[in-house]
Design a binder for this molecule. Structure first.
Ligand SMILES: *[C@@H]1O[C@H](CO)[C@@H](O)[C@H](O)[C@H]1NC(C)=O
Ligand SMILES: *[C@@H]1O[C@H](CO)[C@@H](O)[C@H](O)[C@H]1NC(C)=O
Length: 260
């Protein structure tokens, strides 16, 4: 899998794992008995959609759907190995059978965390708040970065609904950016990747739902998709092909973007 699509895959895996449960409970099958297109894929849009008044359906999982919400302390994190070679031990430790979906998810997460980064990109996984601070400090140097995240301002929001941009999307200019995605794992693990320059654009968007629900979202636009897989789900949703068009997506609630 290409690196860029792998990142998106991680994002989708997260949304997928959250959505699985929701789908089982709430999604209806269509007339032919096929499950409808997973609404959690409705996070992609075009850079030309970023204007005041634009309306589109977007899926946001709630906070409560993702169980772990706080990073472990370093002491706690260091007491559990975090390595693909220790997977058999970890499965026993967490009491997951080696054929379970949890085992598969842990394997994917550990593999991705151990994969080398490509030139010009920094990548790291963090399992503790201390390592998050150290790694971001290492990347941003003397610059103190700001952290951005999507926040749902209404308590009982519908997971999938039409939203409108109720303010002009605000681009956040920064020379360095790091996006951190939560990974499917028994405790909170962030997969972070970042770079310098304008390969990705970051926007703050104010969204108004149909029931007057409000979401302050962070959107990321990948300006160069030429390295993405041809069958990437974003192209299925937006049309186009690798390199033909930038792809934007809103960040799920528990993801972070550091800018500085
Ligand atoms: C799963 O575990 C069983 C028993 O612990 C072992 O015999 C089997 O080879 C394992 N399967 C895989 C795919 O690792
Ligand atoms: C969004 O609005 C369109 C057109 O009004 C409607 O067909 C669609 O069902 C709505 N989607 C959601 C998720 O509510």
């Amino acid at each position: 899998m290409e690196f860029a699509s792998f990142i998106l895959y991680a994002l989708l895996l997260l949304q997928f794992s959250l959505a699985l449960e929701i789908n089982e409970k709430t999604m209806e099958n269509d007339q032919d008995g096929h499950p409808s297109l997973d609404s959690s894929l409705n996070v992609f849009f075009k850079v030309t959609d970023l204007y005041l008044g634009k309306r589109m359906p977007i899926y946001f999982a709630t906070d409560e759907d993702s169980t772990p919400t706080r990073l472990l302390s370093r002491k706690e994190a260091d007491s559990i190995p975090f390595s693909l070679s220790k997977l058999p031990y970890l499965l026993e430790y967490f009491s997951f059978s080696n054929t379970s979906s949890q085992a598969k998810a842990m394997e994917i997460t550990l593999k991705q965390c151990e994969q080398k980064s490509i030139v010009g990109e920094v990548k790291f996984c963090v399992t503790s708040s201390e390592s998050m601070l150290e790694m971001t400090r290492g990347f941003f140097g003397s610059v103190k970065p700001n952290v951005l995240a999507t926040r749902i301002l209404s308590s009982n929001h519908a997971l999938f609904q039409n939203y409108s941009f109720i303010e002009k999307p605000l681009e956040i200019y920064a020379s360095k950016k790091v996006a951190c995605h939560t990974m499917a794992y028994p405790y909170l693990v962030y997969y972070c990747h970042g770079h310098e320059g304008q390969m990705n654009r970051v926007f703050k968007v104010a969204l108004g739902g149909e029931n007057k629900e409000r979401v302050e979202a962070v959107a990321v636009c990948h300006m160069d998709t030429s390295a993405w897989a041809r069958d990437h789900v974003a192209f299925r949703i937006l049309g186009g092909h690798p390199g033909s068009t930038p792809v934007c997506h809103v960040l799920p609630v528990d993801n972070l973007v550091w800018v500085g």
